[in-house]
Design a protein around this ligand. Structure first.
Ligand code: ZN
Length: 452
């Protein structure tokens, strides 16, 4: 099976690609519009320079080679969502070419990344049973980058994973916003056997991408098994029914009749790229963290892909206490709490998190106390009193011995089923209000049981 993707990502610019209308979702249809994004005769596009810069950042992040010069083309297009009857896009001179991204050790090559305008949104569902559609031009002219992969993707799950990692990478460098994952639109080419490839148009979101490809894989298999040739065609994905349906025979690129866009100049992309400060990618940042703190970059890169702010917090905390402990806490409890309280900025919590991680790293408090202290930080803004761990002379050992003396059945149970140790650990933590470290309790219980 071979899968290739064409992915459309909205760029988070303040204004649209060729006019000064705000690049904002607006509930009121056709409120963010002007003669340029409505495509009125005589209006002339003006390029939003920030969109060009962001496209260059995306291309570089995905390991593309930037072209020296770039320009725009008109793609002939007859549909009311683009009233001027052409889309301004790029054909001969995209922003970047020949990129790649490694996903779980498998390399997916990227053919090109180019910049283009989004068409208006056609709304069909508001007028049921009527043979009419409504058009909302608020989306018309929103800047998109289109990323085209080689057919290097092996299966539907791999496609979904590729798209997730690619979005995470682009989010890290500020090219996509947090919500983009829901809105991401992709066209997918898939050929199952040696048959023709079928294109599935306009799939929205990661989950739907996997579902659409799964369905198409099964459909093409059935068709081949029945001895029928798979036709080259364009299909759509019906989200509600989870099926793909035939739309039209596939058109070729040449059918679009691209011509050079005469209202826009040729851009010196090399010069523009030299003037941009490219943000660090996750790989670059992870390598830097490894250099400074000795934390393995494969592990920290996953944290960075998860969230840039968790990565920034890691650097901040690791500078002031044990880096290994900092990573352990930030990649587990802090991360979980961060996702439960997305409204809270991590910067304000850093000092308290440092206090807790440092106390745990220097064995002043147990992991149990540290965990609940971190929850407190997110719930109340501070860790509260950190109950110091008892630096006991055998107090824990005595407590475990007392329990085992009183409950011989428990000793048998622990010998037969070593996992029951977790119950006992929980009980001791409750009775002592977390004054002993859970790993220490496990150790003490195990050695006591062995001696009996
Ligand atoms: Zn406009």
């Amino acid at each position: 099976m071979r899968i290739g993707l064409e992915i459309h990502v909205q760029l988070p610019t303040k204004s649209k690609l060729f006019c000064t209308c705000p690049n904002l979702q607006s509930k009121e249809p056709n409120s963010n519009v002007c003669p340029i994004c409505l495509g009125m005769p005589g209006s002339k596009p003006m390029l939003n320079g920030r969109a060009l810069e962001l496209a260059a950042v995306a291309a570089k992040t995905l390991n593309c080679r930037l072209l020296d010069r770039t320009w725009f083309s008109r793609k002939t297009y007859f549909y009311p969502d683009l009233a001027k009857n052409f889309q301004i896009t790029q054909f001969e001179a995209p922003i970047g070419v020949d990129g790649h991204l490694n996903i779980s050790g498998r390399k997916v090559n990227l053919w090109r990344i180019h910049l283009e305008e989004d068409p208006a949104r056609a709304v069909h569902e508001l007028v049921p049973d009527q043979e009419s559609s409504l058009l909302d031009y608020n989306r018309s002219g929103v800047p998109l980058i289109e990323i085209v992969t080689a057919p290097d993707i092996d299966d539907p799950a791999h496609a979904r994973e590729f798209l997730r990692v690619m979005l995470d990478e682009l989010r890290y460098v500020g090219v996509v916003s947090e919500e983009e994952e829901m809105k991401i639109r992709a066209d997918a080419n898939i050929s199952v056997t040696d048959g023709e490839r079928v294109e599935i148009k306009n799939i929205t979101g990661l989950k739907n991408l996997e579902k659409a490809l799964d369905f198409e894989y099964r459909r093409q298999n059935k068709v081949s098994v029945a001895g029928i040739e798979v036709k080259r065609e364009t299909r759509g994905f019906d989200e509600e029914r989870g099926v793909t349906t035939a739309l039209r025979e596939k058109e070729e690129e040449k059918d679009y009749g691209y011509i050079f866009e005469p209202d826009l100049p040729v851009y010196d992309l090399k010069g523009i790229a030299e003037s941009i400060e490219f943000p660090k990618t996750t790989s670059e940042k992870a390598a830097e963290i490894e250099e400074e703190f000795g934390l393995p970059s494969e592990r920290t890169r996953l944290l960075l892909l998860d969230s840039k702010s968790l990565g920034d917090l890691l650097v901040n905390v690791a500078r002031k206490t044990d880096p290994e402990r900092a990573f352990r806490w930030i990649s587990t409890t802090v991360k979980a709490e961060h996702y439960r309280h997305t409204e809270i900025g991590l910067d304000d919590l850093a000092d308290e998190i440092i206090r807790v991680v440092d106390a745990e790293a220097s064995s002043k408090i147990s992991d149990v106390v540290a965990k609940s202290a971190i929850r407190n930080i997110f719930e109340r803004g501070d860790a509260g009193q950190l109950t110091e761990m008892r630096q006991d002379g055998g107090e824990l050992e005595a407590m475990v011995a007392r329990i085992l003396d009183n409950e011989p059945a428990l000793v048998d149970e622990l010998k037969k089923r070593p996992k029951t140790v977790n119950h006992l650990v929980g009980r001791i933590i409750r009775e002592t209000e977390g004054k002993f470290d859970s790993k220490k309790i496990v150790e003490v219980v195990k050695s006591a049981v062995e001696k009996r």
